[in-house]
Design a protein around this ligand. Structure first.
Ligand code: CR6
Length: 823
């Protein structure tokens, strides 16, 4: 922390702020070829971005030489997704120059906020998993843990969602079409990535049988770096994102034959690898292109890791002492056979030595137990694309199963459950099993989830490797998710307890006594109201709807998925609507219910629920009896920059997944950190949030994870709830009969049927009444503003645990075995 305070004193000098204005003008001309007298916001945003970025390059190079000089062990965070959002404000926040920059920009005739709005989000991820990776990079570099993020620079990130006649429509997210000032493209660094071909044996000069991968089709990987400034900027790291380039010798024979277009076709095809992010959240699409993307990331990254390592070491034997690789889910798990291949086929090691190095290098994080998300690849597909890897996987499995058989003699069922190769229904490679076998540590992302891994999904593995599976509860960076997105609240907190909280979130506890101070409560409420006003203006701009900041802002923003139960929230809205209609003079707590989230383009049911939300909103918002008491809106295109507006303005955070299904959740943390009260099930990290904030400061309802499992075993009958609960029955009948879709009565039958006729897998019917009761408690508490605000303060004050600084430190000490540099 002292580092940060020291920094802010001479921040003008360190970042040459006196020259910033001139640099912006210079970059307008030199880099953008624009006249500085033009008042184009987009040009000024870019000129500012370049001028900010160039101030970090020096620090970045210094950080890199620090790493070299100290021979520090490095962490490589391999992830198919990063979700950084916008960079400008994050750079300024972490550099500590937001206010200074605001003044300078004003002198140029702009507000910082309007220039900020010119930046397009970097949406290189689907949701929580990608955003977690970005939070972890922020926390690594802010705590001087030498590390890098490695990923893919997709030309098209997560699609742009618009709502047309109530339905989701997808547009491509061509986020770099006007360039991206944060990228540093390394045109001169290219690695070759191989695909297809075959594995052949040969004898080396000592007469040993060796393998080589031949007749391959090659694609080049080019790195693009984006700097990641740590808070206070004593360190600056980067993420390195790969982009596919055709290899130059590609299809030379076609050229020679005069088939120019044929040769170009190959070039174009090979560059397709990094074109587009698969837009599925927790659903395996199983396309060959996706596996190509995964191997492309892994192969390029390992060439880079070994190049850097071999600059300072002569033998690969000490790799695990210098390199820790974290696999963000199984998406990059092909890294395990890849490292084996490199160590054996390229560097000539024997199996046992190579395997020992491998298993001391890798660790794997599991992010879901949903069966449809667990990756398996058909053996013939994987074997065709990566023939040598397939051989290695078979050999890993053979040796592994030998060990299992020795420990559990005669237990063939266990062998087939644990095998890396799934036999039933055509041979497939189980990537989770491969990742567990090839890693020294496996972790879940919240206590409950890790427990479910140990006793459920990975139970056999937990019995075989009793210390391998552990927990590291997720966290979020307080820099972006409080300091940057919520200046009103941050200012108040800093005035009250000093600035240290943003690097030591546990400090927020000092707010606890202030919850009893009515002047502080007033100030807290004013900050919330200010944020609600800002959001109201945004909603008006986005969906042309006025919302009243003095109503309870009830928010559910996350990917659309049945297990997250947006539908349960809609059922509550319909119930409120009916209560008002039945008794128009009823005294009810005025609410604004806001939704946001993308559905995977092929996920029919999730898209239908978006439509239902919009149709319910249409009916509710048009009703004169309801006016002023209930409003509903779906905000299109939920993304990081939208979250930064939504999160600070929430009163109530909806975290209502079926217990046992949300691995952790991180939105739950962001909302509570910004003073929202949570209504939620005992799922994922909600359990730990309750432990931290106290059961009296959170609205917990519904089945617990073990009860859900028990009900599934013993037979669950959703109809029973329908028959015994008139209010629920009425809601269901309205959905099923077309009350919300008068022009297309059967539109929502699939929603009705999934609950009434197809078993209600996510148990909404069972949780409806408990949810309604919890919502009634919310209403009652909101009427007592003093108590509500008190609890809001206590929520934020007790969120210290959920800083990603804490999570990253647990990984560093317990899994990566690295220490912060300079300590
Ligand atoms: N969808 C989990 O569902 C968790 C994040 C980050 C998820 C979510 O509960 O918070 O990962 N899982 O750990 C996957 O993406 C596979 C997610 O974001």
């Amino acid at each position: 922390m002292s580092r940060v305070c020291k920094m802010s004193k001479n921040v003008r000098e360190v970042f040459r702020l006196d020259e910033l204005k001139d640099d912006i003008r210079r970059n307008m001309v030199a880099l953008l070829g624009n006249d500085p007298r033009s008042k184009r916001k987009f040009s000024y945003y870019n000129a500012l971005a370049y001028s900010v970025r160039e101030r970090l390059v020096d620090l970045w190079m210094r950080t890199q030489s620090d790493y070299y000089d100290s021979m520090a062990k490095r962490v490589y965070y391999l992830s198919m997704e990063f979700l950084p959002g916008r960079f400008l404000m994050n750079y300024l926040t972490n550099m500590g120059i937001v206010d200074e920059c605001r003044e300078i920009v004003a002198e140029l005739g702009f507000s910082l906020e309007e220039l900020e709005e010119e930046e397009w989000d970097a949406g290189l991820g689907n949701g929580g998993l990608g955003r977690l990776a970005s939070c972890y990079l922020d926390s690594m570099v802010s705590q001087n843990i030498p590390g890098y993020g490695y990923g893919i620079l997709y030309d098209y990130g997560i699609f742009y969602q618009s709502i047309v006649n109530g339905n989701q429509e997808e547009r491509c997210d061509n986020w770099r079409r006007h360039g991206c000032p944060w990228e540093i493209t390394r045109l001169d660094t290219l690695y070759e990535v191989k695909f297809y071909g075959r594995s052949e044996t040969y004898y080396d000069s000592d007469g040993n049988v060796r393998f080589r991968w031949v007749d391959t089709e090659n694609v080049m990987a080019m790195p693009c770096d984006i700097l990641i400034p740590g808070y206070g900027c004593s360190h600056v790291s980067n993420m390195r994102l790969w982009t596919a380039q055709s290899s130059r010798e590609f299809n030379l024979s076609d050229f020679n034959r005069g088939d120019y277009i044929g040769a170009m076709h190959g070039k174009v095809m090979s560059e397709n690898i990094t074109k587009v992010l698969y837009p599925n959240d927790q659903f395996l699409q199983g396309m060959e292109l996706r596996l190509k993307q995964q191997y492309f990331l892994v192969s390029a990254t390992f060439q880079d890791i070994l190049r850097r390592y071999l600059k300072q070491h002569t033998s690969l034997a000490a790799l695990p002492e210098a390199v820790a690789v974290q696999l963000n889910d199984t998406h990059p798990a092909i890294a395990i056979p890849e490292l084996m291949r490199l160590l054996m086929d390229v560097y000539g090691m024997g199996w046992d030595v190579a395997w020992d190095i491998c298993t001391r290098t890798f660790a794997y994080t599991n992010h879901t137990v949903l069966p449809e998300a667990l990756e398996t690849w058909p053996v013939d597909l994987l074997g065709r694309l990566l023939p040598r890897h397939m051989q290695i996987i078979y050999e890993i499995n053979r040796r592994f199963l030998e060990g299992v058989a020795a420990t559990f003699p005669g237990d063939t069922e266990r062998l087939s459950r644990m095998s890396v190769i799934q036999e039933e229904g055509g041979q497939r490679v189980r990537m989770a099993n491969l990742a567990i076998v090839g890693s020294h540590t496996v972790n879940g992302v919240a206590a409950l989830h890790s427990n479910i891994l140990q006793t459920g999904l990975f139970r056999d593995f937990h019995e075989y490797y009793p210390r391998k599976i552990r927990n590291v509860t997720n966290g979020v960076t307080p820099r972006r998710w409080l300091m940057q997105c919520n200046p009103a609240l941050s200012r108040l907190i800093t005035q009250s307890i000093g600035p240290e909280w943003c690097c030591n979130l546990e400090k927020l506890r000092e707010l606890v006594p202030l919850a009893e101070d009515s002047a502080f409560r007033d100030a807290w409420a004013r900050a919330k109201l200010e944020n609600k006003r800002l959001l109201s203006r945004y909603v008006l701009r986005k969906v042309q709807m006025g919302i009243n900041p003095n109503t309870l802002f009830d928010m559910q923003f996350k990917r659309m998925h049945e297990y997250k139960r947006q539908l349960l929230n809609v059922m509550h809205v319909i119930s409120l609507f009916n209560r008002i209609k039945d008794n128009p003079s009823a005294d009810i707590t005025p609410r604004t219910v806001l939704f946001g989230g993308k559905a995977a383009p092929g996920y029919y049911q999730a898209k239908l629920i978006i439509r239902l939300i919009n149709e319910v909103a249409r009916v509710v918002n048009a009703d004169a009896d309801v006016a002023g008491r209930l409003r509903v809106a779906f905000l299109p295109n939920y993304c990081i920059s939208q979250a930064e507006k939504v999160v600070p303005a929430a009163d109530l955070s909806e975290q209502i997944s079926t217990a046992g299904m949300e691995a952790s959740g991180t939105g739950n943390m962001k909302f509570a950190l910004n003073g929202a009260l949570t209504i939620g099930t005992l799922d994922g990290a909600n359990v730990e949030i309750m432990e931290e904030v106290g059961a009296e400061n959170i609205f917990i309802f519904g089945l617990k994870a073990h009860e859900v499992a028990e009900k599934r075993r013993s037979g669950y009958n959703p109809r029973e709830f329908y028959e015994n609960d008139a209010e629920l029955r009425r809601v269901m009948d309205m959905i099923g009969s077309g009350f919300f879709s008068p022009d297309e009565r059967g539109l929502f039958s699939p929603v009705y049927d999934s609950l009434m006729h197809h078993g209600d897998y996510y148990m909404l019917m069972a949780d409806y009444r408990p949810y309604m009761e919890a919502q009634a408690a919310v209403d009652a508490l909101y009427l007592d503003q003093d108590q509500w605000v008190r609890k809001s303060i206590l929520n934020a004050a007790n969120m210290g645990k959920f800083s990603s600084d804490r999570s990253v430190m647990e990984y560093a000490r317990g899994i990566w075995h690295v220490e912060p540099l300079g300590k």
